[in-house]
Design a protein around this ligand. Structure first.
Ligand SMILES: [Zn+2]
Ligand SMILES: [Zn+2]
Length: 353
């Protein structure tokens, strides 16, 4: 296949500054793939990156960005055996070394040499060798590109669910989820799929409505800025609270609410990342005497990426509810502004056809 010389990309230039540019298409070297981006979904991390004009660890302007991506292989580098031109693939946004102490413990999300891949808001994306060999997957037949692009956030959520030790609790047990953004809603969908009764708490009624449609048993509209644990607990079957509470907001006051929502022996899953230097105050007496487990949970592992792709291929899984709109690359900025205004859960960005 002959590749075009140039492609359209959304280039992040600084805080809330995007330029649509034409840049050269680079053909793949040994071990690499070039894919055409068929769907790139916007995410809260992209909004953060857009607002700040980059990311301290990952992205320095001017830079390409966007990281939830599916596409079609357009050119195959020398030595690549696993993929052929025309294959539909999804690529995880990080790839572990598989060699360090954390990788050997299957905690690849904490890999000492985790590499990240960004640049999905573009017509083409070059996939580096490490990603080709261990972080690229063929998309199952019946799964469309937009749903497939949700593999990354769902992989994070499945990693988060693994951290909840749900095997200890009866199917049907109540689990509280704080935050009805895309991640909170994926928690709702995946937990409901496993048979758990989810209570979703969020200030935004339209997000609660989506939560219901994703399978939440109960939803409750709460106030912003915390202090809402008693309101949520009043909905629980057991007034002592739930066994598991998940924060999908990254707000310190809500972290505290999540801790106050579980019953003795419960698990608190702090999934939403807070800003650097954030401090939270916890009731030390409660943590000790009620044996509350508090866990920080981050990112995904190769195993959860594979499982996420499988779950998305199941038509019963209501992932489409998260895809609010579809837009061409030249409207990437508009898409991110819609996310900021909470007018969209996720927008699918793709090349104009
Ligand atoms: Zn994401
Ligand atoms: Zn490693």
């Amino acid at each position: 296949m002959t590749l075009p010389k140039n492609m359209i990309v959304a280039m992040l230039m600084g805080p809330e500054q995007i330029e649509i540019r034409e840049v050269p298409v680079v053909p793949p070297s040994k071990g690499e793939l070039l894919i055409s981006v068929e769907a790139a979904t916007t995410c809260g991390t992209d909004v953060k990156v857009f607002r700040q004009g980059g990311h301290a660890r990952m992205l320095h302007v001017p830079t390409l960005f966007g990281h939830e991506v599916s596409g079609r292989v357009q050119a195959v580098g020398k030595g690549v055996q696993k993929f052929l031109e025309g294959d539909a693939v999804v690529v995880a946004n990080s790839s572990p070394c598989l060699d360090c102490d954390y990788c050997n413990m299957h905690r690849e999300n904490l890999c000492r040499d985790l590499q990240y891949l960004n640049g999905a808001y573009a017509e083409y994306l070059l996939i580096p060798e490490r990603f080709v060999s261990r972080s690229t997957h063929k998309i199952p037949n019946k799964l469309n590109f937009s749903r497939a692009a949700l593999t990354e956030p769902l992989a994070c959520v499945l990693h988060g669910i693994d951290a909840c030790n749900l095997e200890n609790y009866e199917i049907g047990s109540e689990i509280a989820v704080y935050g009805g953004g895309p991640i909170g809603l994926l928690f709702v969908g995946a937990l409901a799929d496993l048979g758990f009764s989810v209570i979703l708490a969020d200030p935004n009624q339209s997000r609660l409505d989506v939560g219901k449609a994703m399978g939440a048993k109960k939803v409750i509209q709460i106030k912003r800025d915390g202090g809402q644990a008693d309101v949520v607990k009043s909905l629980c079957q057991n007034k002592e609270g739930t066994w598991v509470a998940i924060d999908a907001t990254g707000q310190p006051a809500v972290w505290e609410d999540a801790v106050s929502t579980v019953r003795p022996g419960g698990i608190v899953n702090l999934f939403g990342g807070c800003k650097p230097q954030t401090k939270v105050s916890l009731d030390a007496h409660l943590l000790h005497y009620s044996e509350i487990t508090v866990k920080g949970v981050y990112h995904h592992r190769p195993d959860t990426v594979r499982r996420a792709l499988k779950l998305l291929a199941q038509s019963r899984f209501p992932a489409d509810l998260l895809l609010s709109a579809k837009m061409p690359i030249k409207h990437a900025e508009k898409a991110l502004r819609m996310m900021m205004a909470k007018e969209a859960l996720k927008v699918v960005i793709s090349a104009e056809s």
